[in-house]
Design a protein around this ligand. Structure first.
Ligand code: SF4
Length: 198
């Protein structure tokens, strides 16, 4: 049977092909920034170890240098004092970047319904995937990475126009954790090396 011209030629535009290629590479080579502050971090370590081995999904290259990472995994409760640190690390990571909130504490404060504990990190940085549980099992974290890969494949563009609106830090302004007044605590602090600036 003779085929017509339209049956033989794959018509495509360069941009969708480039997007597909970029998304394929990004989704399968995530470099996590482990922001592990509590017990969920142990499950994060287990996920990277040989039994679960997230290298099978291309996400094993954990780096503690924000500029080399594109996936922040917040594992554990975050207290208000840590918020400036978390925000600074997030801002130092290069675009495109994504965030997984691992566990009940990171996602909602968990059982720590107190003024010192952040009641959900999405109040301060954008979150792409939430992982429920206390703690979530490694299988759940792996599933969240697979879900994130789907999201990256479906939404990413090679020009990064999906992040065009991120011209300034998202969410509330950076928290200034310094007290406005000099804190005078009882006790002998004559050997203290750190003083708050007035
Ligand atoms: S969710 Fe549970 S396991 Fe995770 S940091 Fe909170 S208390 Fe710990």
């Amino acid at each position: 049977m003779a085929l017509g011209l339209d049956d033989n030629i794959l018509m495509t535009r360069l941009e969708p092909l480039a997007n597909w290629l970029a998304n394929w590479g990004r989704a399968n080579s995530l470099w996590p920034m482990p922001f592990a502050t509590a017990c969920c971090g142990i499950e994060l370590m287990a996920t990277g170890a040989s039994r679960y081995d997230i290298a099978r999904f291309g996400a094993e290259a954990m780096r503690f240098s924000p500029r080399q990472c594109d996936l922040m995994i917040v594992a554990g409760r975050v207290v208000m004092k840590m918020v400036p640190v978390m925000q600074r690390i997030w801002l130092q990571m290069t675009e495109p970047k994504w965030c997984i909130s691992m566990g009940a504490c990171a996602s909602s404060g968990g059982v720590f319904d107190t003024y010192v504990t952040v009641q959900g990190i999405d109040r301060f940085i954008p979150v792409d995937v939430y992982v429920p549980g206390c703690p979530p099992r490694p299988e759940q974290l792996i599933q969240s990475i697979l879900d994130l890969q789907v999201k990256i494949r479906q939404t990413g563009t090679v020009t990064g126009k999906e992040f065009a609106k991120r011209t300034k830090p998202e969410g509330p302004a950076l928290v200034d954790a310094r007290p406005t007044e000099l804190v005078v605590a009882p006790g002998d602090f004559s050997t203290a090396t750190r003083q708050w600036e007035k």
